[in-house]
Design a protein around this ligand. Structure first.
Ligand SMILES: NC(=O)N[C@H]1NC(=O)NC1=O
Ligand SMILES: [Zn+2]
Ligand SMILES: [Zn+2]
Length: 507
């Protein structure tokens, strides 16, 4: 008997370990079905030693059922591994709410050669972004009416790898036409966006304070925000550099002088007044104003603080490129770094970080604004004539982390800047945090893993060579991205069907 036992012991051990492994191996390793998700089931657990919930970071297990978060357990997650359930064990990787990028230009329909729903959302998925909100300009036509929003929806069909919402445009043509704005908002635009200076796109003209106040009145009824590109052209200040002999267009300093911080200040002053006036004018609360891509961390920021303090409903975002780069280090002729407002000096960059850490800057966004490489004029390197826009969608998480580490940023801060507050701005109450009943939107990533962003890296944006981060060594590798329970990206692979949903505002 003993002999028998000892003979079969290895076999028994083998069967036992196969059974054990069967129940504990992450399912994505064995069942890829090639549809909306790299998983074949919609009820499973995600476990990790670092799950980021509104309560903090701890070992935990998140139960996903039919696209929602059913349970969040902190602590004893490993016990779940022994149960007969589908478990994805991510070990020490960080599980965070998926990023929500409230500012991206996907340029479709009309400028698919710049970007597109498919390439843009694939890049988003590979970067841990689970929702993005598309800007109303750079596509053609611009999204400024119910009809043009419908064109967007039509163009997006079957091309979304993550969920995508849409901002409508506030332009002079619709600003005095409340019924047109009503229709655009009723059709589902999550809010409106306007420019206080030329946008660089002919069919998206700038608005003045009068247009903005008209827009705010309509938006207040819907409780949806106005997003504003806050720069006002002050001719007297911008000519200085161009008239002088030192106006070498290949020098970044030349470009910088053409868009001084006073442009941002002037715009923010006007917005502060517009907010105060529209509050008094019958709408007790007034519409919310969101300032996009703040670059100036000095007087402009003081004005924002004063406006918030005075009771205005106001938020502000900045972008990773303003936190990562400084004017002093931008090489001559390297127009990948051209954007508006411009990247300012090193001291300004540091005080942007301080403002973010102190809560005066509310959130982050990519302002992914690519063009075809020819418009970047790489041969001439002319900063004054090149397209202004940074291409970076896929890298915003590792970039924020890589540059933020020196400032001691936490995973909860990342979740607040990139998920929780953007969800609130876009009115997405079911997104932005790992909490029971929320959408199962997650990014799983390894902050400690470093990688070279070189020509071998899988970049999914349409034009990889215009990315401002190429050539950098950065840390924070995205392992997996889940959108409403679908594993849409895992270790270099995307789900083969694009099952992201268009997000339309509810009445
Ligand atoms: N039209 C457009 O996307 N412009 C953007 N590019 C940029 O650098 N700032 C912007 O507002
Ligand atoms: Zn802008
Ligand atoms: Zn933009």
């Amino acid at each position: 008997m003993d002999i028998l036992k000892s003979r079969f012991l290895p076999l028994i051990a083998l069967v036992a370990s196969v059974l054990f492994l069967y129940f504990r191996t992450p399912t994505f390793n064995k069942s890829i079905d090639g549809e909306c998700s790299l998983l074949t089931h919609d009820h499973y657990w995600i476990v990790s030693k670092r799950v980021v919930t509104p309560r903090g970071v701890s070992p935990g297990a998140v139960e996903v059922k039919s696209g929602h978060i059913n349970t969040v357990k902190e602590g004893e997650y490993h016990k779940l591994l022994l149960q007969n359930e589908h478990v994805l064990d991510y070990g020490g990787a960080v599980v965070m709410p998926g990023l929500i990028d409230v500012h991206a230009h996907l340029d479709e329909p009309g400028r698919e050669e710049w970007e597109g729903f498919s390439t843009g959302t694939k890049a988003a998925a590979a970067g841990g972004i689970t929702t993005l909100i598309d800007m109303p300009l750079n596509s053609f036509p611009s999204t400024v009416s119910e009809e043009t929003l419908k064109l967007k929806l039509e163009a997006a069909k079957k091309k979304l790898y993550v969920d995508v919402g849409f901002w409508g445009g506030l332009v002079p043509e619709n600003a005095f036409d409340p019924s047109a704005l009503d229709k655009l908002l009723k059709a589902g635009a999550l809010g409106l966006k306007s420019f206080m200076c030329p946008s660089g796109i002919n069919d998206f003209p700038m608005t003045n304070s009068t247009h903005i106040k008209e827009g705010l009145k309509v938006l207040a009824k819907y409780k949806r925000p106005l997003l504003v590109h806050a720069e006002v052209v002050l001719e007297s200040e911008s000519h200085i550099a161009l008239d002088s002999d030192e106006s070498d267009p290949r020098s970044y300093a030349t470009y910088l002088k053409t868009r001084p911080p006073s442009w941002e200040e002037a715009a923010i002053r006007e917005l502060k007044d517009a907010s105060e006036e529209t509050r008094v004018g019958g709408n007790a609360e007034g519409a919310h104003i969101h300032i996009v891509h703040l670059a100036d961390s000095r007087t402009s920021l003081d004005l924002i603080k004063a406006s918030k303090h005075g009771g205005s409903s106001l938020t502000v975002e900045t972008c990773p490129h303003y936190l990562a780069f400084s004017a002093e280090e931008i090489p001559d002729g390297d127009t990948r770094f051209k954007c508006a407002p411009p990247i300012r000096d090193e001291a300004n960059r540091q005080s942007l970080w301080e403002a973010l850490l102190e809560g005066h800057i509310d959130m982050l966004s990519s302002d992914h604004s690519p063009s075809t490489p020819d418009l970047k004029l790489f041969d001439e390197g002319d900063f004054l004539r090149a397209w202004g826009g940074i291409s970076s969608l896929q890298f915003v998480l590792p970039i924020t982390w890589s540059y933020g580490k020196a400032y001691g940023i936490t995973f909860n801060q990342l979740a607040s800047w990139w998920s929780e507050r953007p969800a609130k701005l876009a009115g997405q109450t079911n997104k932005g945090a790992i909490k029971r009943e929320m959408d199962a939107d997650f990014v799983v990533w390894m902050p400690e893993v470093e990688f070279e962003l070189d020509e071998n890296y899988d970049i999914y944006h349409k034009h990889r060579n215009i990315s401002a981060y190429l050539g950098q060594r950065i840390s924070g590798k995205v392992l997996a991205t889940f959108v409403r329970g679908n594993l849409v990206y895992s270790e270099g692979k995307h789900a083969s069907a694009a099952c992201g949903a268009p997000i339309l505002a509810k009445q």
